[in-house]
Design a protein around this ligand. Structure first.
Ligand code: NAP
Length: 243
C-alpha cells in the first residue's frame, strides 16, 4: 500500500536522486521534478518525472495539481521560496526542506560570512546543536537567506509542518561541484604532494547523499515543524577525507 504522494523538487541533483530512490523504495508514489525533467537509472519505473522551473510564476502550483502528501525541496534558498511553499499549504500535507549549516554563527558573531576577514573564521562548539545562534535573517548572503527561508517556513506552524534539514558538506555521486576534485585532480596529474591549509586539520562536517536521503525518508513519515542538523556519523578532517 502507498504511503501517499511525495513530490521531490530538485530530484535530479545529488540529494534528490538518492531521496527519490529512498522514498519510492519506502512505498511512496513519487513525482520527481527539476527544470530538465530528467530521471535517474536507479529509480523505480513508477516514478513520474516533471519539468518545471520553480522560479517561473505559477509553475509549481500548476504542476502540483491536486497536491501531494509531502513535498521535499532541494532548491529553496530565500524568503520568496518559503512564501511560495506556504502559499500552497492547502495542497501540501507537509514539507521537508534542505537548509544549510551555513546558517550558524559562533558566540562572537563569526560565521561563513566573516571567514575572509581577519580573525573572522567561526569557531563553533562541538557538538554544534540546532539551538546554536544563527546569522540574522535577510537577503544579503546565502546564509542569511537560508535563515529567512527557515523562519518563514517555521512560522507556518501546523498549517504546513516543515522539517528543515541543515546539511553539512554534501558528498556522493552526481555532485556538480565536488570539493574532492582538488585532491583527485592533483593525483590524476601525477602531482604526488598534497597541499592543505592548516595541515589538513580543518573540518567541515560532511553528509553523504544516502544519509540525507534517509533523514528525508524518516521526516516524510513523521511530519512536524522542526530544524535538524543533517550530517554523517563521523566528521573527518580534510587530510582524512583526502586519504
Ligand atoms: N552542496 C553542499 O555541500 C550543500 C551544503 C549544505 C546545504 N546544501 C543545500 O543542498 C541543496 C542542493 O542540493 P543538491 O546538492 O542535491 O543540489 P544539486 O545537485 O545542485 O541539484 C539541484 C537540483 O535542483 C534542480 N533545480 C535547480 N534549480 C531549479 C529550479 N529553479 N526549479 C526546479 N528545479 C531546480 C536541479 O535540476 P535542473 O538543473 O534540471 O533544474 C537539480 O535537480 C541546496 O538547498 C543547498 O543550499 C548544499
Amino acid at each position: 500500500m502507498s504511503n501517499g504522494h511525495a513530490w521531490v523538487l530538485g530530484a535530479t541533483g545529488q540529494i534528490g536522486r538518492a531521496a527519490v530512490r529512498a522514498l519510492a523504495e519506502d512505498g511512496w508514489e513519487v513525482t520527481a521534478a527539476s527544470r530538465g525533467g530528467g530521471r535517474d537509472g536507479g529509480w523505480d519505473a513508477g516514478v513520474r518525472t516533471v519539468a518545471l522551473d520553480r522560479n517561473e510564476e505559477g509553475a509549481l502550483g500548476r504542476a502540483l495539481g491536486d497536491g501531494c502528501d509531502v513535498l521535499v525541496d532541494m532548491a529553496a534558498f530565500d524568503g520568496a521560496h518559503a512564501r511560495q511553499l506556504t502559499g500552497l499549504a492547502g495542497r501540501i500535507g507537509s514539507a521537508v526542506v534542505i537548509s544549510s549549516g551555513a546558517v550558524y554563527e559562533d558566540d562572537r558573531g563569526r560565521s561563513f560570512d566573516t571567514q575572509a576577514s581577519t580573525d573572522g573564521f567561526p569557531r563553533y562548539p562541538v557538538p554544534l546543536p540546532e539551538t546554536q545562534r544563527t546569522v540574522a535573517p535577510g537577503d544579503a548572503t546565502y546564509g542569511t537567506r537560508k535563515v529567512l527561508l527557515e523562519r518563514e517556513l517555521l512560522a507556518a506552524g501546523e498549517e504546513l509542518p516543515v522539517t528543515l534539514l541543515r546539511a553539512g558538506a554534501v558528498h556522493g555521486p552526481y555532485c556538480r561541484t565536488p570539493r574532492e576534485l582538488y585532491v583527485v585532480k592533483r593525483l590524476l596529474d601525477g602531482r604526488r604532494r598534497r597541499v592543505f591549509a592548516y595541515g589538513g586539520e580543518s573540518r567541515f562536517h560532511p553528509v553523504h547523499v544516502s544519509n540525507a536521503a534517509e533523514l528525508i525518508r524518516l521526516a516524510a513519515r513523521r511530519p512536524g515543524s522542526r530544524v535538524l542538523n543533517a550530517a554523517d556519523p563521523e566528521a573527518p578532517t580534510v587530510a582524512e577525507i583526502a586519504s
